[in-house]
Design a protein around this ligand. Structure first.
Ligand code: C2E
Ligand code: MG
Ligand code: MG
Ligand code: MG
Length: 294
């Protein structure tokens, strides 16, 4: 079998890969029309305080209801939209929609919006953010921009256009979170000088907690990241929290906030007030149980 594989299979593999590439680019090309046709929508996932209280924020996550391909997750179209530049228009739409939804939630949470490095490099980001806030009436301190660790290091590279943009936004009171932290290759010494207000620990470290192989490693990474973030004046959020045990461990390690299926899956904007109420009630029950204990 191995012998007969050879060239023909490779050709097949190449063709497959080619078809996938063509398909990816077709999606990016269709994106502006999809936006205009109302095929894109946002879901929101709560970020809860591990020490209690009302969930302080929700993260906006984009989805595409594609007429032929069904529901598409961002992994299927965001990376290619970054490559082609379509992300700038998509990002502007996400920002507008998220800020408008957030302004409608009574004594509402902040809203966290993911931004790609292309958006930070685009000269229009500050203007787009200001326009979105002014148009909706949402105060600047109820908006947080999330940028992945790798993208942030790129965006802050002084040899390329873009640095200073995040600082300008941070100076206006907008939160800046470093997303998926621990998956890139940050220069840790630089972290302190970045305009970031929050650090989000990647879900892969959270998944390590309670795993017999990875537990000790995950615990020491999380401990170091908490120390590093707090010493740099940033809060710490853990992503991908799926169990009550992980939540307890993270709280014990000094993590400030948590996000994950354990609390809530991403939901439609109209469901956010109800989900937040449920989380507040669940939390006060947990506190009652804790103080009731032996
Ligand atoms: P992210 O910003 O790190 O968002 C968290 C992802 O983890 C989301 O996936 C969320 O649904 C998922 N998640 C949350 N809790 C859990 C959990 O307990 N377990 C597991 N297994 N997963 C969990 P999603 O919505 O598929 O988004 C994937 C990524 O796509 C995001 O990762 C973000 O980097 C990017 N993205 C999403 N929306 C946007 C957007 O509007 N603009 C840009 N530039 N990127 C976006
Ligand atoms: Mg994010
Ligand atoms: Mg993340
Ligand atoms: Mg992530």
């Amino acid at each position: 079998w191995a012998k007969s594989a050879g060239k023909a299979d490779y050709a097949l593999f190449d063709e497959d890969r080619n078809a996938r590439e063509v398909h990816r680019y077709a999606l990016a090309q269709a994106l502006p029309a999809a936006l205009a046709a109302g095929e894109m929508f946002l879901e929101y996932q709560p970020i809860v305080g591990l020490a209690g209280g009302r969930p302080p924020a929700v993260e906006a996550l984009v989805r595409w209801r594609h007429p032929e391909r069904g529901l598409l997750k961002p992994a299927e179209f965001v990376p290619v939209a970054e490559e082609t530049g379509a992300i700038v228009e998509l990002g502007r739409w996400v920002l507008d929609q998220a800020v408008r939804d957030a302004a409608g939630w009574p004594d509402g949470p902040a809203v966290a919006v993911n931004v790609a490095v292309r958006q930070v490099r685009d000269a229009g980001l500050v203007r787009d953010v200001e326009r979105a806030l002014a148009g909706s009436g949402l105060p600047a301190d109820r908006l947080c921009l999330e940028i992945t660790e790798t993208a942030l290091m790129d965006a802050e590279d002084e040899r390329l256009p873009g640095p200073g943009t995040l600082r300008t936004l941070a100076d206006r009171g907008i939160g800046i979170a470093v997303d998926d932290f621990g998956t890139g290759y940050s220069n840790l010494a630089r972290l302190r000088h970045l305009p970031a207000t929050a650090l989000k620990i990647d879900a892969s470290f959270v998944a390590g907690l309670g795993d017999p192989e990875g537990d000790r490693f995950a615990e020491s990474v999380i401990t170091s990241l908490v120390a590093l973030a707090h010493a740099s004046g940033m809060t710490v959020t853990a992503e991908g929290v799926e169990t009550a045990d992980q939540a307890r461990r993270l709280a014990a390690l000094g993590v400030d906030y948590a996000q994950g299926f354990h609390y809530s899956r991403p939901v439609a904007a109209c469901d956010i007030p109800g989900v937040l109420e449920r989380l507040v009630r669940a939390r006060s029950r947990a506190v009652v149980h804790a103080t009731d204990g032996p």
